[in-house]
Design a protein around this ligand. Sequence first.
Ligand code: PLP
Ligand code: SF4
Length: 389
Amino acid sequence: MEDGPKPGVPDHILARFPAAPRGPWADVPEAQWSDWHWHMQHRVRDLEGLSTVIRVSEDEARAAIASKDVFDIGITPYYAALMDRDDPGCPVRIQATPRMAELTPTPWEMADPLAEERDMPVQGVTHRYPDRVLFYVTQNCAMFCRHCTRKRKVADPSTAANDAQIDEGIAYVARTPQVRDVIVSGGDPLTWSDGRLEHLLERLRAIPHVEILRIGTRTPVTLPQRITTETARMLARFQPLFVNTHFNHPKECTREAFTACARLADAGIPIGNQMVLLKGVNDDPATVLRLNHLLLMMRVKPYYIFQCDLNEGNSHLRTSVDKGLEILEALRGWTSGMAVPYYVIDAPGGGGKVPVLPQYVIAREPGRTIVRNFRGTRHVYTEPEPDKG
Ligand SMILES: *Cc1c(COP(=O)(O)O)cnc(C)c1O
Ligand code: SF4
C-alpha cells in the first residue's frame, strides 16, 4: 500500500497487526499486490483456484463443483492467503470456501429470510423502518461470503442494479421526505470505481432531507487495498457519512486492514462493525472479546452482532441464541463499554432488528427496581416518589 497509517499510532499497537501472509502469491510485485483491481481480476473462482491456495478437503472439493449454480466462489488473493492451508476449520476458510452442507437447506430456511423484496417500494430500495432505507446498488463483492444473507442476489449479475433502477431508487428517496438516512449497500458498493460511487453520493447528498449517508462494505476485511487515500478523501466529501464493515475474526485484523481503517478514520469517517455470529468462526466469548479489542485499536466501533439469518444453506453455520447471550454476558462490565455491541436477531419474515439482552433486571416492584450487575451481585434502585400534583 502506498502509505501507512499517519504517525501517532505507537509501534507496540501496530505490532498487534501483522502483515498478511501472501501464500502462493509471494512473488507478485508489490505494485500489483497493493492494486485492488489486480485482486479483483485474480480472484479464486473454482476448485482449481482453491487447490493452488489450500489443501482442499473432500467436502470442499465436492461442494465447489456442486454449488456452481447456487452461489459463486469468489475470493481475493489477499483474503485467500489468510486461509489456513491444512485446516478446513480455519475461521477465514469457513467464510470463504463452499461446503456440502450449504446445499441441503432445512425446511425453515428461506431464500429471503428478512423479506427484503417485499418491503421494496421500488426495485432495490428496502424501506422497512420509518426514517431510513437500504439501497441495493450492486450484486458484486470482493469476496462472496458463504453466510451471506443476500445469496439470492449477490454474485448473480442478473440482479445488478442498472442505471434506470439506480435512478428510480434516487427518485424514491427524493420524493420521500421521511428518509433521513440512506444505507448504500449490495453486494459491495466499493466494487464500483471511485468515480461511479462519487456520482451516486453526489446525487444522494443533493437531497435536502437526507441527513446521513452510510456505506456498507466488507472491503476493509476482504480487500483492504480498495481503501486508498483518494477513496477516503472522496468519501469524506459527503459528510456526515459512516462506513459499516464486517469483521468476524481476529485473524482478519491485519496490518493491511489496519491501514485501510486508518485511512477512513484519518479522513474523519466513523467506522462501525457488524459481526455475524458463526459456528466455528466466532462462537466463543474469548474470540469476540479479542476481535472487539483489535477493532477499537483500528478505530472501528463494534456496532452489531447479528444472529445468523435463516437463509438457505446456513444451518451448519448457525449457533444458538444462548451462545450469543453468553458472549454478551462475557463482554458487558468485563471490558470497555465501547467494545460491547448490540446483539440482534433480524426477525425472520421482515420484522426488523430486535435487540436481545441478558437479563439484568431481576425484579420490578412498586417504587423499586432490583438489578444484578455483571458479577451477579444484587442491587436495589429506589425510584423517585410519584409526582403528587
Ligand atoms: C439493518 C437495516 C437498516 C439499518 O438499521 P440500523 O439499526 O439503523 O442500523 C435499515 N433498513 C434495513 C432494511 C435494514 O435491514
Ligand atoms: S460482503 Fe456482504 S453482501 Fe457481499 S457476500 Fe459478504 S455478506 Fe454478502
